[in-house]
Design a protein around this ligand. Structure first.
Ligand SMILES: [Fe+2]
Length: 409
C-alpha cells in the first residue's frame, strides 16, 4: 500500500472517535463531565429517543472511562422501551415506584417491583423493560454500566444491542431470582451480600470496619454474577473516614446525611465537594479521597464500582491495599499521618452546624515522614507483615529511649 492509499483508506480509522463516544453523541441527551453531581434529583434531562422517557449520560471525570452512568426518568403511568445490551449495569432507584421485567429469548419474564433506594441488576444481555407504577409521579433511576470499554473493544453496535447470546450462566428465570433473597458470605475478611435485587440500600445492615476509621461500617454487594459490584458505607455523627486511594470508576452516591469529600492526587491540594442525599462523586484513579460527616445523623453512601470481589478483575491487575497504611506501603493515610489542617477544617465545619467532633484523639505517630505527599510505593506482602513492621518500629523507638535514659544515668 502506498502512502496515498494509506491516507485515503487507513488514516480515517486512526482518527475515528471511539465507538462509545460516537454512541454518546448520537443519543442527543445532556452529557455531564464533572467531578461530581450535586443532586441526582435535580439533574436536567432531555427526551431520550432510543430508551424512551428522558435522560442524561454521566461521564464523570473519575471514571477514567472504565464505566459510565446515566439517569433516566419514566413519566407517570409510562414505561421505557425493552432493551438488552452486551454490558453490565447496576440500577439504583433515585425516586418513584415501579416494576421491571427481565427475560431472554429462551425464558419467561421475571417481574419485580422497586421503590426509592432499590438496587438491582438485569443480568448481562437479558431483555429488560422498566415501568413507572405511579400514574401521578415520575420515577427516576441511576444506571452505572460497563459500556465504555466494551463498546470500544467490540466496535459494533449491532453486536452490543442485538446479540442473541443468552448467558444462561448469569440469568435464572426462577421467580425468586429478583425477590430480594440472597446470601451473605465473607470474602477477604469483609462481609458480602449477594443478591440480584436489594429492596432498599438505606436499610441494609453494615458491619464494623475499624481499619477504615471513623467508627464506620460497610457491606460489599455482588449482583447478577457481574464483574461490577457495589458497597455501602456508613459513618457516625461527628466523624470522618481515613483517606485512601484505589482504581477508577467508583460512583459514590450519597444516600443519607450531609458532609463533604476531599479528593487530591498525591502531593497536590485537595478539592472539596459538599454533599447531601442525592449527590454523587467519583474519585479518579490513584487520587486520595476522604469523606466527612458534618450532619446531625449518620452519613451513608452507596458505591457503584467497575470491579468486584467474586469474579476476575476485568480492568488492570493493580490491587490496592485500601485499608493499610500508605506509610507501610498500603494505600490509606492513617490519622496520625494526615495534614493536621484536615481535622481542623472538619471541626470548623461541624461547629457551623452546632456539632462537635466525636473522634478518638489522633494516635501517636509511628512513622515520622508525612506520607500523604508523593512517595514511592513499596509492595505490601500481607497484613501481618505490615503490623509486624509497625511493631518493630515502635519497639526499636522504645529501646532507643531506654538506652538514652541509661546513658544519662
Ligand atoms: Fe474509596
Amino acid at each position: 500500500m502506498d502512502q496515498k492509499q494509506f491516507e485515503a483508506d487507513i488514516r480515517p480509522l486512526y482518527n475515528a472517535k471511539p465507538l462509545y463516544q460516537q454512541w454518546v453523541e448520537a443519543q442527543n441527551v445532556p452529557v455531564i463531565r464533572e467531578f461530581y453531581i450535586e443532586d441526582l434529583r435535580k439533574t436536567k434531562l432531555a427526551p431520550w429517543a432510543s430508551k424512551g422517557g428522558s435522560g442524561a449520560i454521566l461521564n464523570l471525570i473519575g471514571t477514567g472511562d472504565v464505566n459510565d452512568g446515566y439517569l433516566t426518568e419514566i413519566p407517570p403511568g409510562q414505561n421505557l422501551k425493552p432493551q438488552r445490551a452486551m454490558y453490565e449495569e447496576l440500577i439504583f432507584v433515585v425516586e418513584g415506584h415501579g416494576s421491571t421485567s427481565v427475560w431472554n429469548d429462551a425464558n419467561k419474564k421475571v417481574t419485580f417491583e422497586w421503590g426509592p433506594g432499590s438496587l438491582f441488576s438485569p443480568p448481562l444481555n437479558t431483555w429488560r423493560q422498566h415501568f413507572n407504577g405511579s400514574g401521578e409521579k415520575p420515577a427516576r433511576f441511576l444506571g452505572v454500566t460497563s459500556a465504555p470499554p466494551l463498546m470500544n473493544l467490540f466496535r459494533n453496535l449491532d453486536f452490543m444491542f442485538n446479540n442473541p447470546f443468552p448467558f444462561s450462566d448469569r440469568f435464572n428465570p426462577d421467580s425468586d431470582s429478583f425477590s430480594g433473597k440472597g446470601q451473605q458470605w465473607m470474602a477477604k475478611n469483609r462481609p458480602v451480600w449477594e443478591s440480584n435485587f436489594i429492596p432498599d440500600v438505606r436499610k441494609l445492615e453494615v458491619f464494623a470496619w475499624k481499619e477504615r476509621g471513623g467508627g464506620g461500617g460497610n457491606i460489599m454487594m455482588e449482583l447478577s454474577e457481574n464483574c461490577m459490584s457495589a458497597h455501602i458505607s456508613e459513618f457516625p455523627v461527628g466523624t470522618y473516614k481515613k483517606a485512601h486511594r484505589h482504581g477508577a470508576g467508583a460512583h459514590v452516591v450519597i444516600i443519607g446525611g450531609e458532609g463533604y469529600s476531599l479528593m487530591w492526587p498525591a502531593g497536590e491540594k485537595p478539592k472539596r465537594f459538599d454533599w447531601h442525599d442525592g449527590s454523587v462523586v467519583v474519585p479518579p484513579e490513584d487520587w486520595f479521597h476522604q469523606h466527612f460527616n458534618t450532619g446531625a445523623k449518620p452519613a451513608r453512601y452507596l458505591a457503584l464500582k467497575a470491579r468486584g470481589r467474586k469474579h476476575t478483575r476485568p480492568f488492570g491487575s493493580k490491587v490496592y491495599a485500601v485499608d493499610q497504611s500508605a506509610a507501610a506501603g498500603g494505600d490509606q493515610i492513617e490519622y496520625e499521618d494526615e495534614d493536621p489542617k484536615i481535622r481542623q477544617t472538619f471541626e470548623q465545619a461541624l461547629a457551623k452546624n452546632g456539632l462537635t467532633i466525636r473522634m478518638l484523639p489522633v494516635p501517636r505517630k509511628v512513622k515520622a515522614k508525612a506520607i500523604w505527599k508523593a512517595k514511592p510505593k513499596a509492595k505490601v506482602k500481607s497484613k501481618t507483615r505490615v503490623k509486624a513492621k509497625v511493631r518493630t518500629k515502635t519497639k526499636s523507638k522504645a529501646k532507643a529511649a531506654r538506652g538514652a535514659a541509661k546513658r544519662k544515668k
